[in-house]
Each structure stands twice: as structure tokens, then as C-alpha cells.
Write a protein that binds this ligand. Structure first.
Ligand code: FMN
Length: 619
């Protein structure tokens, strides 16, 4: 038989649309799965309006084909795009974004609509979606419905369904589609359960290749994580009731390299107790091996996660069972309630009426209910577990700023992680999936070290190429993590005899005696020249934060950012800290640099584009 020299091109979405009689393609720019999930929901709903849809990862398709989408009659491209960092697209949308920015494709005749995913606590709110919306129009494309913006700080699910409710009628109107948008709930996957002849290839938590965790081979990445041994796992807090762990992953033999400022991703396993509860609530034997197969043969996603596997594996490794439930899941759940009042409650929360939205906000978001809580509190709701497996989003890896320098620790990656644990308003004890799981993985003498699947993600957060450049780092709380790596690196260079510019750290925490992370280490570096400014917010009657200390150091800061071309780094809480700190920099530029407010703001913007003002913040 002949083998073709070239694999058939499967990166043509137009070919795919055509061969499967589709006219709707929904692309997503997604890092942690939300945009991808929204795209899936839109593509699926298209059928209701006579527009069969498909989902597209811009990284996998030839996006230049957008110029030809108009050759398919009544076609529409929708984009669900998240924004990250400093207004950056997600990794999978990067190339597409650059093509749009730098090229001048003629997109006349392309019908499009965009939903953006962002978070208002970030300075560059939804910038990717806003830019894309403007740029596509500039290039000649036709906006079929207004840009929608979702705010993940508030209730992004509500923003999405509110937008979607107006989006579909606008699409129908535009294409002259007469449809009731009939509420058919369609299963996307077909269930096969193996009772007697169990297949011999069964997934047990791998991300892609079968047995990839047993037979490890590089290169390691998101689909093929490295099983790293935990060789150190210790408490950093010296008092108080919170916990912050210092964890060291051994990456020897992995050929993975990292730079200070990179992130390490960890694939966690869900809490056994929660998994067991779900088995009981759905009366399912968790050892049953099953497969979910896409009923749409053309779909690039044959299974929702690696199949076949046991229900236990699916719930432990592949599905997110701790997030607040989305409205479309509530709607599907309502079909399985025997008690009419419970059914009605779920239906109401899934609707876009103001009453429904308020109830969803209260009962799901504020009360923090996940799938287990919902099934516990609505005892007549008895969905089959395989349907839940289709509906729940994928469990995502967790990213941590690496808190070590490869210059000192080429064989280990360190992280600094606060253990997330809190009481919900319904009196439940919620635990962060990854940090609580990691906190329990303690290395013990005479037994094999605990292992966890990890991979490294490169970041833009980088020390200046020239070590003589002075740096100011602002990192209260676990925001200190990447700076521990930066400091190790700078003083290692100094030990080698290089001239190193000023290295200044602003650190803050509640009390010196409780949560001063890496106190001894930082004091050692102080002896070598680290300038350390410490804000202990609760060690005196009035609150002191890092930005207050910066406000007392105008001369030193101005010298570095205004005169000596220094670099500024901010890491930690996006909500208040990053803003307060920015305002102090603006104030210093105005007072010491005699700038107007606008000039100061432009100066910081310029520092950002020169990579002299970088932030790695989260909320
Ligand atoms: N949203 C913004 O609007 N602007 C930002 O600059 C921004 N940066 C972020 C950085 C980090 C580290 C994280 C975790 C989120 C950030 N967000 C920002 C919010 C995300 O865009 C938002 O949570 C979105 O729903 C994520 O979509 P995804 O799950 O598809 O990746």
C-alpha cells in the first residue's frame, strides 16, 4: 500500500465546515478552559437555529482561511477570547493575534461576533476582545452582533448568558433564519459501559498517551507532564491559623529547563471524599469502566477526556467537581428532578430573568455550591453520572510562580503556595483542589517520595539582561515567590564576581512573627546587599502596606526609574495592591520628575512596552 508523503491537511476549518454541512465556527482563546467551554456551548446551540457549528482552536487551524469563509453561504465566525497579563492573548491565540496585528488581510464578507473574557480587577480589562472586535472591522469584516464582555471578578456566567440571549436573535435576524430556538437538550456523547469484557487499554489519569505516567519520555509538556518527586514540603508560616507551603519538585532527568519568573503547572487530583460522595449521590459503582464517544463523527474531539477509564478516574483526574455550577448544567440537571419545586428552582436559575439571575447569584455564586452541594441540597435530583461527565468542565492544571533560580537549583523547582481553605455560607468546608492535595504530600524517610505531574510554562517575567541594571521588586504575601528566584539569581552573579545593580524588595505580610515568608533567607541576602523594605500590616495600630513604604522612598525610587533605567516588578494581588503601587509610582514621577498626570501615565506605559515595568498578578 502507498503511504502519502504528506499527511492530509486537517488544519483547514473551511474544508471541515464544508464536508460536514456546517456554517458556524466558534474559535476560542483560552488558558484555563472558560473560553473553550463557552465556545463549545455556542457551537452546540447553533443546531437550534439551523446553524450547525464546530469549535476551533486557532492554534490548530489555518486562520488565514478567514478570508475565504464567505465562500460558505450564511457562515459566521464567533470568537470567545480571554485576556491575560498585560492585555495579552492566551498562548493558543498568540499566532492568530499577531497575524491580525501585523497583516492586512482583506476580510470583506466575513461575518463575525465576539465575546471577551476578562476580569475588571486587571488594568487591561478585556483588551484582547476589544482589539479583535475593532481590528476585524478595520479589515472589512461585518460585525453581526455587538461585542460582549465578561467579568470574571463578578459573574462571568451571567454576563455570557445575557449576551448569548441577545446574540442568537440578532444572528437569526441577520441571516433571515426563522427559528423558535427550540430548547432541545442534545447529548453530545454516546455512553458505552464495559461490564464483562473490559478493554485492556484503560486510562488512569494520563493527559494523552496511554501509560505516559508509567513510561515517562521527554519532551514534557501539558499533554505529557513529568512526574516530579516532592523532596521538600515545609510550612513557612510560624504562627497564625493560615498555612503557606514551601515545596520543592525534583526535575532531574526530565530535561526541563526553567528561568526565574517562569511558572510551573501541577495536575492535581480531586479530593477522594468528594469523589465518593458523587458516586453515592448518583448511585454509581465508581469502578465501572466506560467510554463517552462523540456522536458527531466529524468532531475533532472524539472523547471529552481520555477514554475508556473508570468513573473514579474521570472524577478524580479529568473533571472539575469543585467549581460553582454553570447555568447550562443546572438546566440539564432540572430534567432529572422528581420534585417539581426542585425542578423549577433549577430552571429558574438557568433562565435570564432577573429573578433567575438573582437566585443564581445567591444560591450558586454567593453560597458557593458545586455539583456535590447541589445534589445534596436537591435530593430529588438524580442525574446519571455519565451525563454529569459530559457536562462538567475539565479539571485544569494549577500554575505557580517558580520561587527558585535555576542558576542555584538546576534540578529542582520551588513553589510558595498558600493552602486555600474556607467555610462557605452553607457551613461547608471548601478546600482548594491543588494546594490541599499538595500540602498532604509529605516526603517521609524510608518510603518512596510522593510524585506529582508537572510541566513548565515560560513567562515574560524576566530579570534585565544586564545584571548592573537596578531592580525594584514589589511582592507582598506569596507575591514574593518569583522574587526569591530573582534574588537568588542576582546574588549568585555577584558571588561570581559580576557587578550587580541595586536589588530592592518590598515585602509585606500581617505579622513579622507569623507570616514573614523566607525571613532567614532574606536576612542572609540583606548581608550581601539586598535592600529590604518590610510592611507588617498588623504589627501596629494602623495598617502599613508596601505602597506606604514606597511613598516614603521617593528619592531612591525616582533615581532608579527616572535616572538609571531600572526595572520594576510587581507580583501578587491584582485587586488592590497592583493599583495602589502603580499610583505611588505615578506620584513619584509627578513630584520628582515634574510630570503631569498624563505624562507620568505615558511614562509607565512606555516602561511597560520596554519590559521595564512588569507584573505577574492574580485575583
Ligand atoms: N483579564 C483581563 O481582562 N485582563 C488581564 O490582563 C487579565 N490577566 C489575567 C492574569 C492571570 C494570571 C489570570 C489568572 C487571569 C487574568 N485575567 C485578565 C482574567 C481572565 O481573562 C479571565 O479569568 C478569563 O475568564 C479566563 O478565561 P480562560 O479560562 O478561557 O483562560
Amino acid at each position: 500500500s502507498m503511504t502519502p508523503l504528506q499527511a492530509p491537511t486537517d488544519n483547514s476549518f473551511i474544508k471541515k465546515l464544508r464536508s460536514s454541512g456546517r456554517s458556524l465556527v466558534v474559535f476560542y482563546g483560552s488558558q484555563t478552559g472558560t473560553a473553550e467551554e463557552f465556545a463549545g456551548r455556542l457551537a452546540k446551540e447553533g443546531v437550534r437555529y439551523g446553524m450547525k457549528g464546530m469549535v476551533g482552536d486557532p492554534e490548530e487551524y489555518d486562520m488565514e482561511e478567514l478570508v475565504n469563509l464567505k465562500t460558505i453561504p450564511n457562515s459566521l465566525a464567533v470568537f470567545c477570547m480571554a485576556t491575560y497579563g498585560e492585555g495579552d492573548p492566551t498562548d493558543n491565540a498568540m499566532e492568530f493575534y499577531e497575524w491580525l496585528q501585523n497583516g492586512d488581510a482583506d476580510l470583506t464578507g466575513l461575518n463575525y461576533s465576539i465575546f471577551g473574557l476578562g476580569n475588571k480587577t486587571y488594568e487591561h480589562y478585556n483588551e484582547v476582545a476589544i482589539y479583535l472586535d475593532k481590528r476585524l472591522e478595520q479589515l472589512g469584516a461585518t460585525r453581526v452582533f455587538d461585542l460582549g464582555l465578561g467579568d470574571d471578578d463578578a459573574n462571568i456566567e451571567e454576563d455570557f448568558i445575557t449576551w448569548k440571549d441577545k446574540f442568537w436573535p440578532a444572528v437569526c435576524e441577520y441571516f433571515g433564519i426563522e427559528s423558535t430556538g427550540e430548547d432541545v437538550s442534545l447529548r453530545q456523547y454516546r455512553l458505552t459501559e464495559f461490564k464483562d469484557d473490559v478493554p485492556d487499554r484503560i486510562f488512569t489519569g494520563e493527559m494523552a498517551r496511554l501509560h505516559s505516567l508509567q513510561n515517562q519520555r521527554p519532551p514534557y509538556d501539558a499533554k505529557n507532564p513529568f512526574l516530579a518527586k516532592i523532596q521538600i514540603n515545609r510550612e513557612l508560616n510560624k504562627g497564625g491559623d493560615r498555612s503557606c507551603r514551601h515545596i520543592e519538585f525534583n526535575i532531574e532527568g526530565s530535561k526541563m529547563r526553567y528561568d526565574s519568573g517562569d511558572h510551573v503547572a501541577v495536575y492535581p487530583i480531586n479530593d477522594t471524599e468528594l469523589v465518593e460522595k458523587l458516586g453515592k449521590l448518583t448511585s454509581t459503582d465508581l469502578e465501572t469502566i466506560f467510554t463517552l464517544t462523540n456522536t458527531d463523527e466529524e468532531s475533532s474531539k472524539k472523547h471529552p477526556f481520555p477514554c475508556p477509564c473508570s468513573y473514579r478516574t474521570a472524577l478524580s483526574h479529568y473533571l472539575d467537581i469543585t467549581n460553582n455550577l454553570r447555568t447550562h448544567v443546572l438546566k440539564e440537571l432540572s430534567e432529572y428532578c422528581s420534585d417539581p419545586s426542585e425542578k423549577e428552582k433549577l430552571r429558574l436559575m438557568a433562565s435570564t430573568t432577573s429573578e433567575g439571575k438573582a437566585l443564581y447569584q445567591q444560591w450558586i455564586i454567593n453560597d458557593n455550591r458545586n455539583i456535590v452541594h447541589v445534589l445534596e441540597d436537591l435530593p430529588s435530583c438524580k442525574p446519571p453520572l455519565d451525563h454529569l461527565c459530559e457536562l462538567l468542565p475539565r479539571l485544569q492544571p494549577r500554575y505557580y510562580s517558580i520561587s527558585s533560580s535555576a542558576k542555584l537549583y538546576p534540578n529542582t523547582v520551588h513553589i510558595t503556595a498558600v493552602v486555600v481553605e474556607y467555610m462557605t455560607p452553607t457551613g461547608r468546608h471548601n478546600k482548594g483542589v491543588c494546594t490541599t492535595w499538595l500540602a498532604r504530600k509529605l516526603p517521609e524517610p524510608d518510603i518512596d517520595l510522593p510524585v506529582v505531574p508537572v510541566f513548565i510554562r515560560k513567562s515574560q517575567f524576566r530579570l534585565p539582561a544586564n545584571p548592573q541594571t537596578p531592580v525594584i521588586m514589589v511582592g507582598p504575601g506569596t507575591g514574593v515567590a518569583p522574587f526569591r528566584g530573582f534574588i537568588q539569581e542576582r546574588f549568585a552573579l555577584q558571588d561570581e564576581g559580576k557587578t550587580v545593580g541595586d536589588t530592592i524588595l518590598y515585602f509585606g505580610c500581617r505579622k513579622q512573627s507569623e507570616d514573614f515568608l523566607y525571613e532567614e533567607e532574606l536576612q542572609e541576602f540583606q548581608k550581601k546587599g539586598l535592600k529590604l523594605y518590610l510592611a507588617f500590616s498588623r504589627d501596629q495600630p494602623h495598617k502599613v502596606y508596601v505602597h506606604h513604604l514606597m511613598d516614603q522612598n521617593h528619592d531612591e525610587i525616582w533615581k532608579i526609574i527616572g535616572e538609571n533605567n531600572g526595572h520594576v516588578y510587581i507580583c501578587g494581588d491584582a485587586r488592590n495592591m497592583a493599583n495602589d503601587v502603580r499610583n505611588v509610582f505615578l506620584k513619584i514621577l509627578m513630584t520628582k520628575g515634574n510630570m503631569s498626570e498624563q505624562q507620568a501615565s505615558a511614562y509607565l506605559k512606555k516602561m511597560e512596552t520596554q519590559k521595564r515595568y512588569s507584573s505577574d498578578v492574580w485575583s
